[in-house]
Unconditional design. Structure first.
Length: 339
């Protein structure tokens, strides 16, 4: 636990701490065994199940941090947008929010009342971990959540969503403001329930130009992180997928940690964002999936050498892919732990 938190605050550690984005999931046979008897949303909303699958990778590999099992769209459902998942088709959110009047109907939910399972899962995990690993809470960033909301959950319609940037930007700002207010309350509740670090996932930020991100992404992320820094002492991480062109702007977010994609080395990221305390990343998930193990070990050693032992957290450039062999994950984690 201390190794992860020290590195996240920019300190020096004996070795880089290690965890993986999407480390609890479909690549693990023990996850598949639980999933066989329950729907995805049932797992998210049942604290005993969510805690069980959150702990599975830590119990198998001994990572330095555990991220609780949930979905970034859960707060959108609490705002008034029915959420469903279909295997192979992904999430569905409705109704579509294509007018300012429609956005005005969305509420800013009290997470204790509308999402009590989140806090209960975190409390269970904090007790179970008992200081042996750091506990990470998370949420989707407003731009990424807005992309799902405006597309009804479908990521295939994100180009249509981008048209709203120019056709009806005020609608988008209305939605982003509500999502921002919701996310602040949601993450503060996670901290109160036991999360020791918090990560904001902006998975669709990479589809924005720097000018678009400066208007529709960064200001809302800054509001969230500023509010959290005021009330929480947890280190705050920002992850933007495929967003190397946004790194100088991401550095202005107020994040303690920037999670870097595979397109930029950690040393390059430090040059582009020198004011940031710590960096996280960035082995390619495809390399972790495809191997061979010798290549995984070699790339991991190179990454750890580049990252060093001050302000660096070993991770992937994005989440673990479902086809990844568990023994490849073991090779990655073990290599970091021996570095």
């Amino acid at each position: 636990m201390e190794r992860f938190l020290t590195a996240a605050h920019g300190g020096t550690t004996d070795r880089a701490p290690v965890w993986l984005m999407r480390q609890a999931g479909r690549y693990l046979p023990e996850y598949q065994a639980v999933r066989a008897g329950h729907s995805f949303l049932e797992m998210c909303k049942t604290p005993t199940l969510a805690a069980e699958v959150s702990l599975q990778p830590w119990q198998r590999y001994g990572m330095d941090a555990v991220i609780f099992f949930c979905d970034i769209l859960i707060p959108c459902e609490a705002m008034g947008l029915p959420l469903s998942y279909t295997d192979g088709a992904g999430p569905r959110l409705g109704p579509l929010m294509h007018s300012r009047d429609a956005v005005a109907t969305l509420s800013i939910p009290d997470p204790v009342k509308t999402m009590p399972f989140v806090g209960e899962t975190l409390k269970r995990l904090r007790a179970e971990l008992d200081g042996r690993a750091a506990l990470i809470g998370f949420a989707g960033a407003p731009w990424t959540l807005a992309t799902y909301v405006l597309a009804g959950g479908s990521t295939t319609r994100r180009e249509q969503v981008k048209e709203i940037l120019t056709v009806n930007p005020q609608l988008l700002h209305d939605l982003l403001n509500k999502l921002t207010d919701t996310t602040i309350i949601y993450l503060k509740n996670q901290f109160d329930a036991g999360a020791q670090a918090l990560q904001l996932f902006d998975s669709w930020a990479g589809h924005l130009t720097p000018e678009e991100y400066a208007e529709f992404g960064l200001p809302y992320t800054q509001r969230i992180l500023k509010a959290l820094h005021t009330d929480c002492d947890a280190p705050l991480t920002l992850f933007c997928q495929k967003a190397e062109h946004l790194l100088p702007l991401m550095a202005q977010s107020g994040a303690d940690v920037l999670s870097i994609g595979e397109g930029t080395s950690i040393s390059q990221a430090r040059q582009l964002a020198p004011q940031v305390k710590s960096f996280q990343g960035n082995l390619p998930p495809t390399l972790l999936r495809d191997g061979p193990i010798s290549a995984i070990r070699e790339a991991t050693q190179k990454m750890c050498k580049d990252g060093g032992t001050t302000g660096f957290i070993a991770n992937l450039g994005h989440g673990v892919l479902k086809e990844t062999p568990p023994e490849h994950v073991a090779a990655f984690v073990e290599t970091v732990q021996r570095s």
